[in-house]
Write a protein that binds this ligand. Structure first.
Ligand SMILES: NC(=O)c1ccc[n+]([C@@H]2O[C@H](COP(=O)([O-])OP(=O)(O)OC[C@H]3O[C@@H](n4cnc5c(N)ncnc54)[C@H](O)[C@@H]3O)[C@@H](O)[C@H]2O)c1
Length: 371
């Protein structure tokens, strides 16, 4: 088992990475000072992860813990205040007190929802995050960002607009849970791993590119090598900037372009988050190329790594540069606001670029097929 500390002043936490960790859940909770073995837990799980949740329920009950199970639907519109209320009420019905714990088993949707419910129930109870998607293992379940979506006044879904920073007492990564994850979701998570390499670890980026076809098919030895290295990129940044005052924003590399296209219909249906990020990384690389922050070879190595992981690199659907720029919020820039774009500087570093020239943004969009 690998323990990766998350050194946030006043809120130290850890990520445990071990295949088969779920089977040893009670001993992992016991060994960690921040968790101990709670008397009662509200175990909230993604209904698509019932098999993993049942394993956790069985071992916790065998260890004498009183477990209340609560199944959730992992859909963006379930990241709502109404669902948080149902979690609070389930905790009240189970008589959870401040010494007890929530456990979240699922991907980023369940983790964000349950984390927010834990942050607010009795003004804050412990939450153990057990991520089951690659994206949540290397990103969402680490660093304590929790939250729900809200409908915007002008209509449309405003993502993660209400939430709290609430560090998990621990995060437990059991890569066996990836065995049931659909391959498309797995590959979507690889986009975030590539992003982590681009932000802070050139050798991680090269190794993902090298092992891409194994990783895209969940080859377990390759995945076991990848996970701790990708997690360390996130824990190190979060420890330096837990409240996203500056450096943590670098984790949004590829996301400004990506978010703008994520909810647009495409010729092949809806993009997954990581697929939109993959396309966003290609756009960011082209914008960085226009600013001479990456070479032509580096920009193509980024696109090639994404291709090897079977991720999309261009957008296929009805839209225009003007529409995407509006969705990026960059139309306001041209009215005097300060807009920020995270761009790679070579491979293994990135920078926050304020008010990038309009032509640079257009260059990024052209690279992903939007004119
Ligand atoms: N808090 C953060 O720092 C942070 C960071 C990135 C993303 N997010 C949030 O994470 C969410 C996306 O999370 P995600 O990509 O992890 O996916 P998800 O939670 O949307 O799950 C994706 C799909 O996979 C299914 N699934 C999950 N694990 C499975 C498993 N092991 N076996 C079978 N099916 C499984 C789910 O039921 C769902 O259908 C978004 O809401 C995003 O806003 C949060």
């Amino acid at each position: 088992m690998i323990e990766i500390p998350v050194d946030i002043p006043g809120q130290p936490s850890s990520v445990f990475v071990a295949r088969g960790a779920l089977e040893n859940l009670p001993s992992i909770l016991t060994m960690h000072a921040a968790t101990k073995l709670p008397r009662r837990v509200l175990l909230c799980f993604d209904r698509n992860c019932s098999v993993h949740a049942q394993q956790a329920v069985r071992v916790l009950r065998a260890a004498g813990v009183i477990v209340t199970e609560f199944g959730l639907l992992a859909a963006e519109d379930a990241k709502s205040a109404a669902v948080v209320e149902t979690i609070w009420d389930a905790a009240l019905a189970a008589r959870l007190d401040r010494g007890d714990s929530f456990i979240a088993i699922g991907g980023g949707i369940v983790g964000d929802l349950v984390g927010f419910a834990a942050a607010t129930y009795l003004r804050g109870v412990r939450v153990v995050q057990i991520p089951t998607t690659l994206l949540s293992m290397v990103d969402a379940a680490i660093g304590g960002k929790t939250g729900i979506n809200r409908t915007l006044p002008e209509g449309g879904l405003g993502k993660n607009l209400v939430g709290a920073f609430w560090q998990p007492s621990i995060t437990i990564v059991d890569a066996n849970t990836l065995r049931t994850l659909p391959k498309r979701e797995l590959r979507s998570g690889l986009a975030e791993c590539i992003k982590h390499g681009l932000i802070a670890d050139a050798s991680l980026f090269r190794d993902i590119a090298h092992d891409a076809s194994e990783l895209a098919n969940n080859h377990e030895p390759s995945m076991d090598r990848l996970l701790p290295r990708a997690i360390v990129v996130k824990t190190a940044i979060v420890a330096r900037d837990p409240l996203e005052r500056c450096e943590r924003a670098k984790l949004n590399l590829g996301h400004t372009f990506g978010h703008a296209i994520e909810t647009l219909p495409t010729d092949h249906g809806k993009l997954l988050h990581g697929e939109a990020v993959a396309i966003g990384l290609v756009a960011a690389a082209a914008a960085a190329r226009a600013l001479k922050m990456v070479s032509a070879e580096e920009a193509s190595s980024i696109a090639n790594a994404l291709a090897s992981c079977e991720l999309p690199r261009t957008f296929h659907g009805e839209t225009s540069a003007a529409e995407v720029i509006r969705r990026m919020g960059f139309d306001k820039k041209f009215e005097g606001g300060v807009m920020k774009l995270i761009l790679p500087r070579g491979i293994g570093a990135c920078e926050i670029v304020e008010n990038p020239p309009h032509e640079v943004v257009l260059e990024g969009l052209r690279a992903i097929g939007i004119a």
